[in-house]
Design a protein around this ligand. Sequence first.
Ligand code: CP3
Length: 378
Amino acid sequence: RDVTGVQTCALPISRRAERAAGPPGGGPYETMRGVNIPTADSAFIRACRRQPVASVPVWYMRQAGRALPEYRARRAGIAMLDACSTPDLITEITLQPVRRYGVDAAIFFSDIVLPLKSVGVDLDIVPGVGPVVAKPVQTLEDVAAIPDLTPDAVPYITEAVQQLVAELGATPLIGFAGAPFTVASYLVEGGPSKEHAKTKALMFGAPDVWNALMEKIAGIAAAYLEVQVAAGASAIQLFDSWAGALTPADYVAYVQPYSARVLTRAGALGVPRIHFGVGTSNLLTLMGEAGADVVGVDWRTPLADGIARVGDRGVQGNLDPTLVFAPTEVMLDRAGEIIEAGRNARGHIFNLGHGVIPTTNPDQLKRLTDFVHEYSLD
Ligand code: CP3
């Protein structure tokens, strides 16, 4: 069904999709609470659950939007946050990279600040800048003024996820939320920041305000993930993009308990949980212990080191996102090394080590996706 009213092609029926269509011999699916039955035997969900897969599943952080001309065409003249509250547009943009690249999972098109906007926080996403908050949070009163999130604040999320899972069939949809530290950084700084100095000043200097803020964001993030999973998302990813700014001791004292709260609530839904941050080499063990099934590893850490640090969990990653600008053979050589390293993991999901860079040539990502699938076939 074409939900957009625009001509779209059907999802490619790849080898992966055939495999995902059911166990050999047509036996019954393994049914799992919280997991959409058609996706339960997909390579992506199997790898998240550390079950054997025929070939390594692959998707890309920030695959929706950014590099695709068809994305830019659909977004023309539409503000980001308006796009994020229009179900037909969310559905179309989420499906675009699945069609184009043949990736093993879709990531829901939204943003980590959308739930804040939906409860009434005055913020915008400024093109080329990122999220900008009109009145940064400083006091307990500022925190108390942020409402909690209830599903009725985001009916368009429920509608978009429902449309998407109907379209995606056996391809899993990954729901996501921003982790409390990363979202707090935008709320406290008022916008993007390199040093997160105001955020850490609040953390070290006003623990009562910090704790109240982290508790508030954790509740909103968990409720937002619950909406996505209730509507049919098969897995979730918690993005703590800027957690790498913290020492392990500060992460444990000020951040981990709140991320754990989000991951525990998501875990109760029965879906696999991925936990990712940038520059988090020294935090990978702790991010796993916060309650992840799979830990995302950025490209600075050799995947083998990441595997050693996450213990019994799966790993996701971790090709340097700039390698798409290298000659194709160089990119594919590095991808091969990552797949080889991933053979020692309990489960490995191939990804970039951070988001797709906007100037990426989509043809390179298509070649990379095909390579990962073919190279990793036993
Ligand atoms: O992964 C996907 O493709 C799904 C959509 C998605 C977006 N943002 C869409 C978006 C996801 C998963 C995010 C998460 C997000 N948003 C994170 C965590 C992931 C990461 O990259 O570490 C962070 C830190 C944000 C905050 C944010 N929002 C930034 C830094 C930016 C980019 C600013 C810029 O223009 O360079 C945004 C805006 C944003 N989010 C865009 C998109 C497609 C661009 C908006 C536009 O085109 O106007």
